[in-house]
Design a protein around this ligand. Sequence first.
Ligand code: CDP
Length: 220
Amino acid sequence: MSAPLIAIDGPTASGKGTVAQRVAQALGWGYLDSGALYRLCALAALRGGVDLDDEAGLAALAAALPVRFAGERIELGGQDVTGAIRDEAVGNAASRIAALPALRAALLGLQRGFRRPPGLVADGRDMGTVVFPEATLKVFLTASAESRAKRRYKQLIEKGFSANLADLLRDLQQRDERDTRRSVAPLKPAEGAVVIDSTHLDIDQTVAQVLGAYRHRARP
Ligand code: CDP
């Protein structure tokens, strides 16, 4: 039997990453930040001069991505890029290239390789719909665009980046639009997903809801 898996999908800045990490910690499981893989591909393309429309070139790059996860630290070709991949320009490029089917296909094996005992919490856009359709629990985590923009603003300022709330809200709405409308692996709740709207929930309350839903699924 394969290891238990919790898939957490949702729009940009919905708090998926923090919630997924906290759930993984509470259960003692591994954690996959699938968005980081799209960000890594985008960064590698930007640095290597690969055009963001060059689907075959990007897929080749993704298939041989020289990535290493060392705890919280992420390395690309031996270089620490943990901070660099969080830049908004990299996030926007990631969202653009994530619409390319060949690139998505090239990242499938890498993502599925993270599923190991005692379990995995994976966050992204298509964890429950495409990558792990047989997940033990699927969660769709959302929140209003305004509250997500405010959260992203706070996060960027805390990390020392400069940010503008109005620009962030506009970029976030564009990204939602692209993620929901693309033909391959569009952002939508997976079949059977538990939908959690965190507009009025803090992190602790959201984590508690996910853990509660998992315990209910595991021992109904
Ligand atoms: O920080 P944010 O939630 O915007 O993005 P992220 O989770 O770091 O992912 C960066 C981009 O990769 C997103 O804007 C998505 O377009 C894309 N992505 C995807 O298509 N599928 C995933 N499983 C994860 C991310």
